[in-house]
Design a protein. Sequence first.
Lengths: 104, 169
Amino acid sequence: MFLNQFLILAAILFCIGVYGVIARKNAVLVLLSIELILNAVNINLVAFGAYWHANDTANMTGQVFALFVIAVAAAEVGVGLALVLLIYRNRQSIDINDVDMLKG
Amino acid sequence: MLAVLVAQNIAFYIIAALIVFGAVRVVTVKNVMHAALWLVLVLAGVAAQYILLAAEFVAIAQVLVYLGAIIVLFLFGVMLTRTKAGIDEELNNSKTMRIGAGVIGVALLALMTYSLWDGVRDTEFGNLGVQRTSEVSDSIFSTFLLPFEVLSVLLLAALIGAVVIARRD
């Protein structure tokens, strides 16, 4: 197996996530696309970690960083969905184009 | 040895195809609930890729945290914020914006694929040994002890923050 296989798979997943963030306007769907992006980054981290581990078996940095990213993603989804619920409760809609009160 | 490598490659390409198909469905499907369920396929595929990379603990954590917790959170979010299924205007931006998003995505993909192809073309994994959970924990609780503690404070802050934000006064 080549390292590049995993990196290019992660690049494809990342670009699909970027497309979703731009093309969707439902806030929950935007959060789902952000999850795709975070998973793409995690594939990269674990792939480089495995590559590094093959040369230096004591080194686990890639996996540890992937675990940190998973934990931060969980925190992000919790707060993000709470914000979405609050917006829905106040405006009966989660169209992110409508939430532009801070726009000058 | 060669047979194992061939089997690994076949498994990689099958799982990768499933991941890409599921991800495309997540960003194009017209029902929010279905999008969340297609994400399950993507996350399970990513966990399978971690197993192929011999990273067993991250694979288990992926299944527990993503498939177990985050998907349930998303399903609650979908059910609590009712949007009509199948209506394009409720879910997607205008057609020009979607075309622009597609152009940006393809351009980004071309750039990244070119630079990856240019940079790490023939890099093979060496001896892909199993990365044991005990080694991961040794690393977390020695080298990365401080970030780990900071992360636990972050999770607590996010938990309290989510409760405070979503509470009905």
